[in-house]
Design a protein around this ligand. Structure first.
Ligand code: BEZ
Ligand code: FE
Length: 301
């Protein structure tokens, strides 16, 4: 049959996918077609609006580079990333809460000794992070790998800077837990920062009068053999954007009190002149398996 009406066109498109051998792929395509067709009917979408949507997606793809993932950003500001996170973590069983990976997991996490300074001389107030990885019963997990990354005190990640190719990673490292499940490092206090607004996602945020801010946080990706990989952040208590994160990523349990300290030495014995901060946080891992996110592309490519 030809001359499809706005109603029977959907059935005809669904029929065209009827021979898809992979059942899950077939289901996902069918549901996508149904949702998209419903959207067009419900909104009475105009040609101009459809063209604008296509242009937004085109520019989103064109903005991606080996060090910039605008599609993840789009998914994040639309709340899709946190929704995928929610439906995939319905049974937490006491494990640490998860949140978005974000677009700045670019790889390049070098294994680093406990207590080391990962700020490599970048300006900022010193912060010492003391942490531990355990199972759900509180038993230490030795040999767990933790990738850490965060922004500087101006709100930029190393990979956003023009000298990244020559200077390499900073505020980015990998630790392996000791026999008590512990790891620690020195860094600088992160601050709240805007997501990149110089691309199509920024245009969307501006056009809809949203603010682009994320509350201050440190990213952690924890991997331990026999346990679900944990993708999370620890947020700094007191941040002004904790209740309005532009990517909807805050969960109360992930907010840590970061203690202001004035003792002359950090826990690693280094002397400090002036105030510093202590972040203490423990991660509880759930038994299981799961996909470890791959850095989108090697920064060196
Ligand atoms: C981040 O925290 O790195 C981030 C997450 C989602 C969107 C933009 C940035
Ligand atoms: Fe971040």
């Amino acid at each position: 049959m030809a001359n499809f009406s706005e109603h029977d066109l959907t059935d005809e498109v669904l029929r065209s996918f009827a021979s898809t051998p992979d059942a899950r792929l077939k289901f996902l395509i069918e549901e996508t077609v149904k949702s998209l067709h419903d959207l067009v009917r419900r909104t009475g979408l105009t040609f101009e609006e459809w063209n604008q949507a296509i242009e937004l997606l085109t520019r989103t793809g064109q903005t991606c580079t080996p060090l910039r993932q605008e599609f993840i950003l789009l998914s994040d500001v639309l709340g899709v990333s946190m929704l995928v996170d929610a439906v995939n973590h319905r049974e937490r069983e006491g494990a640490t809460e998860t949140t978005v990976l974000g677009p700045f997991y670019v790889g390049e996490h070098r294994e680093t000794p406990h207590g080391a300074d990962i700020s490599e001389g970048i300006d900022g107030e010193p912060m010492f992070v003391r942490s531990r990885v355990t199972d759900l019963a509180g038993n230490p997990l030795a040999g767990a790998e933790i990738d850490v990354w965060h922004a500087d005190e101006d709100g930029f990640y190393d990979s956003q800077k023009s000298d990244y190719a020559t200077h390499g990673p900073s505020l980015r490292a990998r630790f392996v837990t000791d026999c008590d499940g512990r790891f620690s490092f020195r860094t600088i206090l992160p601050c709240s920062y805007p997501i990149p607004t110089d691309g199509p996602v920024g245009d969307l945020i501006t056009a809809t009068k949203r603010h682009p801010m994320r509350p201050a946080h440190v990213h952690f990706l924890v991997k331990a053999r026999g346990y679900e990989p944990l993708i999370t952040h620890v947020f700094l208590d007191g941040d002004a954007y904790l209740r309005s994160d532009v990517v909807f990523g805050v969960k109360d349990e992930l907010v840590a009190r970061v203690e202001p300290r004035s003792d002359p030495a950090l826990p690693n014995g280094e002397q400090v002149a002036g105030p510093w901060h202590l972040m203490s946080y423990e991660f509880q891992m759930k038994p299981g398996t799961g996909l470890v996110p791959q850095p989108m592309m090697s920064a060196a490519e």
